[in-house]
Design a protein around this ligand. Structure first.
Ligand code: NAG
Length: 336
């Protein structure tokens, strides 16, 4: 889950201290102190809790909920297609290699294959514009059963459903506590147990919270410096909320793959509030990142920030994740 309080806390409490905590490892140490994990001698007590991971190739289904700008949709589509298509190093699929280092109790790694397998347009807001966490399951149920258009397949073997809500949809906790979350469907609602994730388009509601660092984090209480255009860096695909959403999408994909039933990989002892592999690296996009500093990333010819290459010459900026072998936050743009 992309937890805003966590990001706000990190930004707020460490903004003026990032010089003192400038290395990723120190950042982790600092983070860990905030969380105050009792009794753990390890810096991060990320543990495997014996449940399954997504080891079979993932068939990803997108559910566009509400009215979507086709340009925004193609940016997200290109990002998803970048998992399975070659692009110059460091690419989106290079980034995913860290995720494939996680295994289950049978020794199976998380898959390296994510295929965009279907899209559904819920442009009539089947569950209204006010959604709870549970509404996501009804949206999926509708998408796999409707007779108004071609329904999505109900793929309980290796399907993963992503519900993406448009700017005018209000979601419980969206913009107050979360930018996205992942969970699994209940047999009583959808008929089967399938992992899914929701991510909201933050454009009109809270880019300052969910589109960091492309929109200035207003909640930090720190004023943007003069000449900063109200952001920390420009968005590589032209829309702060979409570029920010892409990092939240990959955050949720990483976590749903490593903790699909909330009983596999997470830190902390509370499964109702697990700290998962992407939560551990919130706000870190490059070497030295943390505490309000994104880290060392690239700049495109317009000066926009990015750290990964994708299909069609696209560039994306996505956060790092916890690497279980290196035991630190990592991405393929790392300097070491
Ligand atoms: C599977 O995970 C193990 C343990 O992290 C790792 O050593 C190995 O390289 C991984 N294999 C692949 C194909 O990613």
């Amino acid at each position: 889950m992309q937890n805003l309080h966590l990001l706000a806390l990190l930004f707020y409490s460490t903004f003026f201290q990032f010089l003192a905590f400038s290395s990723t490892q120190n950042y982790q140490y600092y983070y860990n102190q905030e969380k105050n994990y009792e009794g753990s001698s390890d810096l991060i007590d990320l543990k495997y809790h014996m449940g399954p991971v997504l080891a079979s190739s993932i068939n990803l289904y997108l559910i566009w909920y509400g009215q979507w700008n086709p340009k925004h949709q193609s940016t997200i589509r290109d990002f998803i297609n970048s998992f399975s298509s070659p692009a110059p190093y460091p690419s989106v699929s290079d980034w995913w290699r860290t995720i494939t280092l996680y295994t289950d109790q049978t020794g199976s790694n998380i898959t390296n294959t994510i295929i965009l397998s279907g899209e559904f347009h819920d442009f009539k807001y089947s569950q209204t514009k006010y959604l709870t966490r549970l509404s996501m399951q009804s949206i999926i149920k509708n998408a796999v059963t409707t007779s108004n258009q071609r329904p999505l397949p109900l793929n309980y073997h290796n399907g993963l459903y992503l519900v993406l809500t448009s700017s005018d949809v209000l979601v419980q906790e969206f913009c107050r506590a979360v930018c996205g979350f992942h969970y699994f469907t209940f047999p009583s609602v959808v008929g089967v147990t399938i992992p899914y994730a929701w991510i909201g388009y933050s454009g009109t509601q809270c880019p300052g919270m969910c589109a960091y660092p492309f929109a200035w984090p207003k909640y930090s209480g720190i004023k943007p410096p003069p000449g900063s255009n109200d952001h920390i860096m420009g968005a590589p695909n032209g829309d702060p909320a979409i570029d920010g959403m892409i990092s939240v999408i990959v955050h949720e994909l990483a976590e749903v793959s490593s903790n699909p039933l909330i009983n596999a990989w997470y830190a902390g002892d509370d499964p109702t509030a697990p700290t998962e592999i992407a939560d551990l690296c919130l706000g870190v996009y490059g070497s030295g990142g943390g505490g309000g500093y994104v880290g060392v990333v690239y700049k495109d010819s317009w000066g926009n920030g990015y750290n990964l290459n994708g299909v069609k010459g696209r560039k994306f900026l996505v956060q790092w994740v916890w690497n279980p072998v290196r035991r630190r936050c990592f991405g393929p743009n790392a300097l070491d």
